[in-house]
Ligand binder design. Structure first.
Ligand code: GZL
Ligand code: ZN
Length: 343
């Protein structure tokens, strides 16, 4: 019995059990419990079974990333995808990976919520002969434990933000002014947080008139971004720049700034630099709430599809595969530019 049949077997057994137990998922969730028949028609053993452990659904970026991967790894493209949302908890990712191993998937795709703690579970996947592909964030493990990594160069995103601020302040004749900065950090120890913080700090070091008042974790969510910004506004009466390590936290910061009776964006007294450049960031720039957003391309699906097919054909693939990315600010024709974007 091959892996696909095992997976459908497992799923069918579960389905039958639920039906027999009379606790028909139908009554509970209102959805049809897939029967073995449905699985068999949907599944054929030639499909490549992929288990995907996603961080969560914490931001617009994450939603676009999930959509890109789910729409690439479809039965039409030769895949059977099992998707698990870890709700931003590493232990849920450990459980998902061990489940995928039990189900004998052909590949595991993992977006590791933080960089540390993966050695044991990725060694288990290796021992089971299941290649792991890391997407989005990096895991600090021996590179023998993953086939390749697709993602963004977070340090260069952070550097690009620092260089943008240099240029912006120069244009404003404020190159030598004392600049007070706060940073809303993403999930601590995530690659995006580590890289963006490090990259911006590299540029910070060149300006002793730039003063980083504080950096605080706001976990990449809008709610936390607002809460942390409220606290920082109460603590510091002179904040000139907010560096927000993703757009959703920036949107929360804008609400906090407005509620405190302050102003932000190109015409405001607080300059906001953000990361991701999701669609809603274009709205925020066009409405003058934030100044700039540094793109982090979430559209990993097509590259992932290519890589898995290559590995399945026994080809080797580059270990590190960076996504292309740029930035967008209020000096650009954003209405035109946004038409070219898929997220
Ligand atoms: C970046 C990704 C980050 C985004 C956030 O690749 O890991 O996680 O910047 C998301 O929006 O929550
Ligand atoms: Zn100041």
């Amino acid at each position: 019995m091959n892996r696909i049949q095992k997976i459908t077997g497992l799923a069918a057994a579960l389905g039958t059990f639920l039906l027999l137990a009379g606790c028909g998922a139908k009554e509970q969730s209102g959805q049809e419990t897939p029967t073995a028949r449905q699985f068999e028609t949907e599944m054929d053993e030639n499909l490549i079974a992929v288990g995907f452990s996603q961080v969560g659904a914490e931001s617009d970026w994450r939603a676009a990333n999930t959509e890109s991967i789910q729409s690439a790894l479809t039965p039409e493209n030769g895949f059977y995808l099992i998707y698990e949302d870890a709700q931003q908890k590493q232990e849920n990712q450990f459980k998902a990976i061990r489940n995928f191993i039990l189900q004998e998937v052909d590949y595991i795709v993992l977006s590791p919520i933080v960089e540390t703690g993966w050695d044991t579970v990725l060694q288990e996947a290796k021992d089971a002969g299941i290649p792991v592909i890391l997407v989005d964030r990096m895991a600090q493990v021996d590179e023998e434990l993953y086939a390749c990594w697709i993602g963004a160069d977070f340090e260069s995103e952070g550097r690009r933000a620092g260089e943008w601020l240099e240029q912006y302040l120069k244009e404003q004749g404020r190159a030598d002014e004392e600049i007070h900065i706060v940073t809303l950090q993403g999930t601590l120890d995530s690659s995006a947080q580590l890289g963006r913080t490090k990259g911006f700090a590299e540029v910070m070091r060149k300006h002793d008139n730039w003063d980083m008042l504080e950096m605080r974790d706001a976990d990449f969510t809008q709610a936390k971004g607002q809460e942390v910004m409220e606290a920082l506004l109460q603590k510091y009466d002179d904040i000139d720049v907010v560096v927000s390590e993703n757009d959703n936290m920036a949107f929360g910061a804008v609400d906090a700034i407005h509620e405190a009776g302050r102003s932000c964006g190109p015409d405001g007294d607080i300059t906001i630099l953000s990361f991701d450049a999701v669609n809603a960031a274009f709205d925020a720039m066009l409405s003058g709430e934030i100044n700039v957003s540094f793109e982090c391309n979430p559209l990993h699906g097509p590259k992932l599809q290519e890589i898995i097919h290559a590995l399945n054909d026994g080809k080797s693939v580059d270990k590190i595969q960076y996504m292309e990315e740029t930035y967008f600010d209020t000096s650009m024709d954003l209405e035109e530019l946004r038409k070219t974007r898929a997220y």
